[in-house]
Design a protein around this ligand. Structure first.
Ligand code: GLA
Length: 386
């Protein structure tokens, strides 16, 4: 099925014309999303080639990106896939001993077939984790008694071992723990159910279980957001130092970098720099660039020039990341196109938020060109690439 559509005027170079596939029709609004079915993607520069000497370039996906035309773009642009949700605890083990690997297997099969890497996300997290992890078999909530601690550890170990057994040979790096810092608590740690039952040692246990279960060359990451915030960064560093002092096998520091146009890039660089002396590798694990000024702000429309600003922002972020490429081994975008970004719907509907490389018709945005080829960035007074 074909449909003519005029591209949105981003003032950027166009490739291919006039050939689209209708991929989604919402019955409520009779909204038609048209996506180019042409092989325009073969004419675009490939980010993984452009950045070949610096980083592995990844993208978060689910089954929707594994079919054409998205799949063709994924294959051409990226070298690593992060299953967006399919490897989270609730997706893998919704009930105790009941493992559901299908969605993750689908991503893994696509990666194997296309010679792409997989970044595993996430073994231990406070969210997307079913309550049974924190209860006895009879439903009683676990306390911090030694007996209950043993049960919580057994749950954690079994879960990590199951992931390792199934994906040990294909996943090159794992977020072993995700979002364990909370800069608002006294000790800077998130007081999640894991923490309440096991104290801060749950983090150490997770890494030790993962190391014992996985091949030696698989990289074990700690991952968090907001590392551009100095207070959070200090707690993150303190925890990692503590883990290193105890000989905990942490290989890498993850920076999610869910940032916004107003995020100072020097603060992102400070986050990376601050781990330089620890002898670890680092990764940007969930990069996207929000247009709104704050997380709470809901834009009804994008301010003029936002997409162009995003292009210059991306260009300057990658200029910084290239400077840090002896530390940063991979950069992953948190979604393929704007229509698939979590920022559109979490924690509330944000239709004007467009934080990714491609728009929802798969048109490459200035964001893409700012990284792939700055000569295609539209002029924007007052903005430049470094
Ligand atoms: C965090 C998580 C991701 C994803 C994003 C957006 O960053 O690590 O898995 O859920 O939030 O929702």
């Amino acid at each position: 099925m074909f449909q003519q559509q005029v591209f949105r005027p981003h003032g950027i170079m166009r490739y291919g014309v006039g050939c689209f596939t209708v991929i989604a029709v919402s019955s409520a609004a009779l909204l038609t999303v048209a996506v180019r079915a042409f092989n325009f993607e073969n004419e675009l520069p490939s980010l993984k080639q452009v950045l070949l000497d610096q980083f592995i370039v990844g993208v978060a996906v689910d089954a929707r990106e594994l079919v054409d035309p998205y799949a063709r773009v994924v294959r051409r642009q990226f070298g690593s896939l992060t299953p967006e949700n399919a490897m989270k605890p609730v997706a893998i083990q919704p009930a105790k001993g009941h493992f559901t690997f299908d969605a993750a297997d689908e991503v893994v099969a696509f990666a194997r077939k296309n010679d792409l890497k997989i970044y595993g996300h996430a073994m231990v997290w406070h969210r997307s984790t079913p309550d049974w992890f924190f209860r006895r078999d009879d439903g009683t909530p676990l306390s911090s008694s030694p007996e209950d601690q043993a049960i919580a550890l057994e749950h954690m170990k079994t879960h990590i071992e199951a992931l390792a057994a199934r994906y040990g040979d294909v996943v090159w790096a794992w977020d072993v723990v995700n979002e364990v810092i909370d800069e608002k608590t006294d000790d800077g740690l998130r007081h999640s159910r894991w923490y309440q039952i096991l104290g801060r040692d749950y983090i150490e246990h997770a890494f030790r279980f993962a190391r014992a279960a996985l091949p030696d060359d698989v990289k074990l990451f700690i991952n968090d957001y907001g590392t551009d915030n100095l207070r959070k960064l200090r707690h993150y560093r303190k925890l990692i130092e503590h883990l290193q002092d105890k000989g905990v096998p942490v290989d890498g520091v993850g920076h999610q970098f869910h940032v916004r146009l107003s995020t100072p890039i020097h603060q992102m660089e400070r986050a990376i720099e601050s781990f330089r002396d620890l002898g670890l590798i680092q990764a940007v694990t969930e990069f996207d660039v929000a247009i709104s000024e704050t997380f709470e702000q809901v834009l009804t429309e994008m301010p003029a020039g936002s997409l162009e600003r995003q292009g210059y922002f991306a260009c300057n972020v990658f200029d910084m990341l290239k400077r840090q490429s002896d530390q940063v081994v991979s950069v992953t975008f948190w979604g393929l196109h704007d229509g698939r970004s979590w920022l559109k719907y979490l924690p509330f509907h944000r239709p004007a938020e467009n934080p990714l490389l491609f728009d929802e018709t798969m048109e490459p945005k200035p964001f893409f060109w700012g990284i792939a080829d700055q000569s295609h960035l539209p002029d924007l007074p007052g903005f430049a690439c470094n």
